[in-house]
Design a binder for this molecule. Structure first.
Ligand code: PGA
Length: 299
């Protein structure tokens, strides 16, 4: 049995997660020599190197990777235990780790705002990333809950749809197609198009539709953010397909939704978690809150 203290494991987990002794020292509010000596003692107990340093970069060895996974399991279990104890005492407190798709960033922070007002002792970590990055975090079991439009079929998940997320064609108001009452899908081929980056769920949905109807658009620009795409449309660089929700936040009086046949692409946001994962008290509380809040909402 390895002789390691919880503190050593915490120091190791932080260093591995941040990839740096200095950053770990900052996060844990201890000195860098303390971090180094704790990792050294742990390495001695394990009997194999946990890190290797190449240049300035710190890498986990195979033993380090295995220990990192175990540490994450241990700390998640301890967090869950604390949440249960808080729940027995009648309060909800602990950590909520959420990863949401870029389009949901226009909507989830508001829901989180009300949630945190009711549960001020819940700390939330929110990642806003694309479809491919969420999938990677799922594979690494990094979060409690995930919000996305197309939960990947190859991962064993429990998913629940909760609100519509239609994809629409957006143009600047003075675009030639903006005058047309009904735009034929094939007409999109004659105007510069702005596409989301590869790995994006929006891009995949758009490409599926275009492939289905044999449409080839002139991609003038690829951009990795919905906001940047809106700015590019405003700058006259082309038209694009975005979630309708991206239009609700700021004043977009110079943008319009084109009435293109086969659009909107109908989609839903799903809230998902790994099927084998025991949801924490806090994650369950958020899940119920979200479903309750969005039940009667319209897009
Ligand atoms: P994306 O996903 O950010 O990967 O394009 C958006 C969505 O699927 O709603």
């Amino acid at each position: 049995m390895i002789q390691a203290t919880l503190h050593q494991l915490k120091v190791f987990e932080t260093t591995a997660r941040l990839g740096s002794f200095t950053k770990a020292a900052e996060e844990l509010d201890i000195t860098q020599p303390t971090v180094s000596s704790q990792v050294k003692q742990l390495t001695k107990s394990v009997g194999l190197p946990l890190f290797e340093q190449i240049g300035k970069q710190l890498y986990l060895t195979e033993a380090g990777k295995a220990l990192f996974t175990s540490c994450q399991d241990v700390f998640t279990e301890l967090d869950n235990f604390e949440m249960k104890i808080a729940d027995f005492k009648g309060t909800k407190e602990g950590k909520l780790r959420l990863s949401v798709i870029t389009t949901a960033a226009y909507f989830i922070p508001r829901i989180l705002g009300s949630f945190c007002q009711i549960y001020p002792d819940i700390d939330v970590t929110l990642q806003v990333i694309n479809h491919q990055q969420i999938q990677q975090r799922m594979l690494n079991n990094q979060d409690d809950l995930y919000i996305m439009s197309q939960p990947p079929e190859e991962i064993d998940l429990k998913s629940k749809p909760f609100i519509e997320n239609p994809l629409v064609v957006i143009a600047r108001k003075d675009h030639p197609l903006a005058k047309e009452k009904q735009v034929l899908l094939e007409k999109l081929q004659f105007y510069p198009f702005i596409m989301r980056e590869s790995g994006s769920g929006t891009r995949k949905a758009v490409q599926n539709l275009f492939n289905q109807y044999d449409i080839t658009v002139k991609v003038r620009l690829e951009l990795g953010s919905n906001e940047a795409i809106k700015q590019a449309i405003l700058g006259g660089l082309g038209i694009s397909v975005l979630s309708k929700h991206t239009l609700t936040s700021a004043c977009h009086e110079d943008l319009t939704i084109l009435n293109v046949e086969k659009f909107p692409i109908s989609r839903y946001w799903y809230i998902s978690h790994l099927a084998g994962k025991q949801l924490s008290v806090v994650a369950k509380t958020f899940l119920d809150f979200l479903i309750d809040r969005t039940l009667l909402m319209e897009v």
